[in-house]
Design a protein around this ligand. Structure first.
Ligand SMILES: [Ca+2]
Length: 271
């Protein structure tokens, strides 16, 4: 009897250990990336917004006095069109919807619209909190603000119609930055990490991470973080950029990675 009891206790300890291990490991896959192509990128551009439209890349930059929106030829990096955002504004995310281009600002609670074709200034709009990244899903403009909550905005009024809390293994994911709608998922740079989160827009759950630490200049300023994802749905090309990076990359998902430190940190909110 004593032996049976001991065996039961031992089994219970093993089961508890296994359960604890399962709780502790996120189970969220992390993938490296491979580089399909590199393109020139203006090494002074403090990238805050990036999207692809009709064969061209559109980039929005930040910092007061050097914020602008520009249209760029992806192959050469040549600037085809540009509009400045004057001081005191600090430019952040940009996105196209219909025939308009939208731009938010970091802490000014003011957004701008432009004619997508000629970059002439249109209406301004207001919002609460900060403005970080933007993308769109064909129906709503999606806005990040540095918190784990994404806002879905009506493009006509720029007022929120719903929100989505983003979690990874149950942990809220802070500092969601530049965004991209990629084949039914929301992809997001996570500020000051090398990770791109792939988010299920229905549940807000992160289904995987891409680690882009292999990209960008080796010795870079602390502010020159990865930021900027643009998807060309026609050719399925994914472009990624970073602040003041001299190159822009076309990437593909690479091999699964084990023990990714940044992902582990994000998925262990409980301890
Ligand atoms: Ca984007």
């Amino acid at each position: 009897m004593k032996r049976i009891l001991l065996a039961i206790v031992a089994l219970a300890v093993i089961a508890a250990g296994a359960w604890f291990f399962l709780l502790r490991s996120s189970g969220i896959p992390v993938y490296a990336v491979t580089v399909a192509a590199t393109h020139p990128h203006d090494p002074t551009a403090f990238t805050e917004g990036l999207f692809f439209h009709d064969g061209a890349l559109y980039e929005g930059t930040g910092e007061i006095g050097s914020s602008y929106v520009r249209k760029v030829d992806p192959a050469s990096g040549k600037v085809l069109q540009q509009v400045e955002l004057p001081a005191p504004y600090f430019g952040e995310g940009i996105i196209a919807f219909g025939d308009k281009l939208y731009q938010v600002t970091w802490q000014d609670k003011t957004g701008f619209t432009y004619n997508l074709k000629d970059f002439s200034l249109g209406d301004t709009f207001s919002y609460t909190g900060e403005g970080w990244g933007m993308t769109q899903n064909g129906k709503n403009i999606i806005l990040s603000d540095g918190t784990p909550v994404l806002r879905f905005l009506d493009p006509k009024t720029m007022q929120p119609v719903s929100t989505l809390k983003v979690t990874a293994n149950g942990c809220p994911v802070e500092k969601l930055n530049e965004l991209e709608w990629v084949d039914g998922e929301i992809w997001a740079n996570i500020w000051q990490t090398n990770l791109i989160a792939r988010i299920d827009p229905a549940s807000g759950h992160v289904n995987s991470f891409l680690d882009i630490s292999a990209l960008g200049p080796r010795n870079r300023d602390v502010d020159d973080v990865p930021n900027g994802i643009a998807y060309d749905s026609a050719t399925k090309r994914i472009f990624v950029a970073g602040k003041r990076w001299p190159q822009l990359y076309e990437i593909k998902q690479g091999a699964a990675m084990n023990n990714n430190e940044e992902a582990t940190k994000l998925t262990r909110c409980a301890g």
